[in-house]
Design a binder for this molecule. Sequence first.
Ligand SMILES: O=P(O)(O)OC[C@H]1O[C@](O)(CO)[C@@H](O)[C@@H]1O
Length: 569
Amino acid sequence: MSKSSNRMSQGSATEIDRDDENYCTTPEFIYGGPFIKVEKPCPFLNTATPINLQLQGSFKKSFAYYSLKERMPVILTKVIDYLSREGNKIKSGNGASDEDIRNYIQYVTKLKNDLVTNKKYDLLTVDTPEAQRWNKWIESCETQNYFMNTWVFTECYVYRRLREGCESTKTLANFDPFDEQKDQSFNNSMEPMCVVAEKLISMLPESDKDKRKADFITLLKVCLWSNKCDLSLSMGEQVTLKNEGTVKKTPSRDILDPFQMILDLKDKVLVDDSAKIADLVVSRGENIAKAIEGPPEAEPAEGEAPPEVPPCPAKFTIPQDVMFDIVCDNSGYELFTDLCLAHFLIAQKIVQKVRFHVKKIPWFVSDVTPRDFKFVISSCARGNYKREIPPDPKPEPAEGEAPTEPDPPRVISADSLRQLGEQWDKFVQDGTFVVLSDDFWTSPHVYKDMKRYDPDLYRKLQFAAAILFKGDLNYRKLLGEKNWNPTTGFEPALQGFLPAPVAALRTVKADLICGLPKGKWEQLNALDAKWMEKGDYGVIQVCAKCEPLKVSDRPCPQYGDTCRGTVCN
Ligand SMILES: O=P(O)(O)OC[C@H]1O[C@](O)(CO)[C@@H](O)[C@@H]1O
């Protein structure tokens, strides 16, 4: 939590919760509690997060408190269980030693203990520039206790520490404690992936404007609802798509059809800017393409040598390609749907490249890492699935009428999925799909602070025709983890984070939101007090306003010290 917004943390670093069942065993209770008036106010408040404050574990009626107290310890316990249960497999898969596994178990156990007892953050002990930046940030926080700092900061810190536990061993440096869960979640989603793959293939041939827009919108919605399947909300339990609202058929006829789901969940999309997003990406793409073609560059005059080095990117005010950026969330089925959207944009020539931003290290259980990105593409290319769905029975023919021929069964197979996987592999190889994993995405910072903490990434994003942020965590960081008045617009909630048009597809899994029509939030609260914690509702939001791409006033990362920003060749 920043110093200025630290309004709720009034207690000392070691102060504990008076409602805690162990409170009566503390010296404060025994010597001071019942007899002497305690002056220090309790740092925990029995309220929900007040409007306009950042979410924080100190608000006992907030999801942040519940999440830190109940969900996160379960996630850590499952890591410990995995290490104990599958120690041999982990050893052979990673060439890890018994000692490192034992040490890592101890490390995670201490981390969990520190979290549940609301200790102060420890500094990271690894000595890399990235870890130093973390430490600098930790030291700058006025409150460093797990429950007393902004919720997203603490969560990010815990995942960063989980990584450190591996980094500080010799043999677990590349270990991902969530890899098995992520891979299993992919394998559990074969049927909906086959259904989407088959439909996507039919959407790829270049189509007229209206069909292209309708298909674009459909794919955005498939991408939205794929965000229901995240493993951090379910504390690592497998989540697969469910048919919701459809009339239940016998299980053998029940198809997991994401397109049907879009219709069934139509009323659960609280803000739907999908048509705006489609129009915006197409028109920005066209404008950027024209600017790239631009007036032909002046030929070097006779006798004049052409420039030897390509121009410095710090000078570019026009991107070199029409690009669409996806800031990914979860691996498995969700990443598969993101790849489908990306493929559609390429095939329809709306953009020329798609940049996928993924996490460098295991993050929030199911977030995509570079390893997961490869895993999903290669598993699609090797996909193996087939199911025949018997047709609905026909009514008995009337007397004297000839019986009608039964309809053929519907066959769901992985043929199209394999085709897509193979094409995506080629896209990665020829640079149509680019995978980036900047440190910033696994830093604690919210996005309004990107310019300050990672100006190079901010400028990199400025080259995009638009940026799509997937999922709840990205949404929280877009909104600065602040409990906005729910009717506040998306643009003001971004607080100046405007590198390119920003779109967000998010199923609601945390108690903050913006852009709702007046009265909607109150109405949903009256229906279900926990509607913001389950991923049942979604928003599709966009902010078209963005900063123009100017010549950078900083040296470019590519030319390093030899670059002088505006004067570099
Ligand atoms: O995968 P997503 O959509 O970013 O969701 C992450 C989940 O983790 C949390 O950030 C809390 O752990 C929730 O807000 C959300 O339920």
